[in-house]
Design a protein around this ligand. Structure first.
Ligand SMILES: Cc1cc2nc3c(=O)[nH]c(=O)nc-3n(C[C@H](O)[C@H](O)[C@H](O)COP(=O)(O)OP(=O)(O)OC[C@H]3O[C@@H](n4cnc5c(N)ncnc54)[C@H](O)[C@@H]3O)c2cc1C
Length: 445
């Protein structure tokens, strides 16, 4: 599927925003407190003001009312731009799909208005002994008059520490088959009896152990029907899968773009390594995989917009599986193509006009302002963001992310790194690749 002009402009607007707000390592490090904080609320607030968050959520509950293709464009570009907060947003968007299918009007309004305003929502399903085999959930949710009392532990719960609520899967009845007796509850994270601890990973804090000890929520917190949690979670997962597929494409593109940018700057054996045909073949293979998968992902997204979500179980699973594989391969290959520079505490490279942010129109000019889009949903996208072409040009020289400044020792820089001269910006380099390997290696299933 080819994106129409409006959507291409929307993508450019997001790209320009990412570039302007956190297109340099200094900006990105400041917003993430040197890669110790994964979500930046100021950025989410700005995206909320632009009308980008919840662009596909129903208008009747306060969402943007646009289609799922528009949502995929947003997710893909925001992920490609390493938006500090995109994981929080996509986690909440995934939770929202269950609330929208099964929740009460009140729950839908709360969740959608939170997401649109840049607030975070979490999903708490996994437990220490329960991952793939979700039916083995043991966390108890016992009905006690007008309330549920929750006891147990969830683990690996993304963004729970900054979320307003968690969608928690509890076992209400253990007497029948394991897929029966499960209930979904909408639990405010500030409920007394909930404690959270960080699960340390190579990322900034994202995942949490969540402990429930006599945590009490009103019976009105049930999402859908008590005892039907399993069926509710398993029905119609197409949109949820496609959220992962879309951000995987963004990540894959970013890995390859970073690798190309590096290859164009790195000399070995007296020439730029981007001239070695063996390497060019590898990049061509990745670019082909990404293009083909991206096209399929948008085909499925389009079919969802045409109202065929319930018939797309197989296609959405294929899209998710392929997109996460492509993201993983792209990250692994990019790490190889960047040699030692792909390690997290790496080195620096000189500045040149290369990198994923450089764009030129067919007329040879840097892409300039978007025209106003005709549709109301497009209006919400505020495509005027595209006008900042000079910034794109200014920042296009380098893309360097996620390395601790203290690791840069100018004394140990190679000739290649030094030759940028006094104006070379020897900033720490790290591409998202290694993290992408970690993240995508578990999402494909
Ligand atoms: C970064 C990150 C974020 C996460 N965020 C959340 C979150 O927000 N909320 C949440 O609830 N959970 C979250 N999780 C947990 C995630 O959902 C689980 O990791 C996932 O369900 C797999 O469970 P597991 O890790 O326990 O693997 P296991 O179930 O222990 O599986 C181990 C291995 O066995 C394989 N396997 C299992 N069953 C079968 C089978 N039947 N046939 C063949 N192979 C099989 C698996 O593919 C895997 O390779 C997150 C995990 C990570 C890493």
């Amino acid at each position: 599927m080819h994106l129409d002009d409006d959507r291409v402009e929307f993508a450019h607007a997001i790209e320009a925003f990412c570039q302007r707000e956190y297109g340099t390592p200094a900006q990105w490090n400041e917003l993430t407190e040197n890669d110790t904080v994964a979500t930046n609320q100021v950025i989410l607030d700005k995206m909320a003001d632009l009308g980008w968050l919840g662009v596909s959520l129903p208008e009747e509950y306060g969402g943007g009312g646009a289609g799922f293709v528009d949502e995929c464009v947003f997710i893909e570009e925001a992920h490609r731009g390493l938006t500090p907060g995109i994981l929080a947003y996509t986690t909440g968007l995934t939770a929202a799909q269950t609330y929208l299918k099964w929740g009460s009007d009140e729950q839908k309004k709360t969740i959608v208005s939170n997401l649109v305003a840049g607030r975070t929502e979490a999903i708490a399903l996994s437990e220490p002994g329960t991952g793939s085999d979700l039916g083995a959930v043991r966390t108890k949710g016992v009905r006690d008059g007008d309330a549920y009392v929750i006891d147990g532990q969830k683990t690996w719960i993304s963004v729970a520490h900054i979320a307003e609520h968690m969608l928690v899967l509890v076992r209400e009845d253990a007497s029948g088959p394991k897929h029966d007796g499960l209930t979904l509850l909408m639990v405010p994270t500030d409920t007394p009896g909930i404690e959270m601890r960080e699960v340390r990973t190579m990322e900034a804090r994202t995942c949490n152990d969540v402990f429930f000890s006599q945590a009490r929520v009103p019976a009105s917190s049930v999402v859908g029907e008590a005892g039907q949690g399993w069926k509710q979670l398993m029905r119609g997962l197409s949109v949820e899968r496609m959220i992962i597929a879309a951000f995987s494409i963004g990540a894959a593109r970013r890995s390859v773009e970073d690798a190309i940018a590096y290859m164009q700057q790195r000399d070995a054996f007296g020439q730029s390594i981007s001239g070695f045909q063996a390497l060019r073949h590898r990049v061509a293979d990745l670019a082909t995989d990404i293009a083909v998968t991206r096209s399929f992902v948008y085909d499925v997204a389009q079919a969802i917009d045409e109202g065929r979500e319930d018939t797309l179980n197989r296609e959405s699973a294929m899209a998710k599986m392929r997109a996460t594989e492509v993201a993983k391969n792209a990250a692994l290959e990019a790490m190889q193509l960047m040699g030692v520079q792909a390690t997290p505490a790496s080195t620096a490279w000189s500045s040149r006009s290369v990198g994923p942010w450089r764009r030129r129109s067919s007329a040879g000019r840097t892409r300039s302002s978007a025209r106003s889009s005709p549709s109301r949903s497009s209006d919400r996208r505020r495509t005027h963001e595209c006008r900042r072409t000079s910034e794109v040009r200014r920042h296009c020289r380098i893309l360097q992310f996620r390395v601790r400044t203290k690791d840069v020792d100018s004394g140990s820089m190679s000739r290649t790194h030094r030759r940028g001269g006094p104006h070379a910006d020897h900033r720490p380099v790290h591409l998202a690749s290694r993290r992408h390997v970690y993240r995508y290696s578990h999402l494909g299933r």
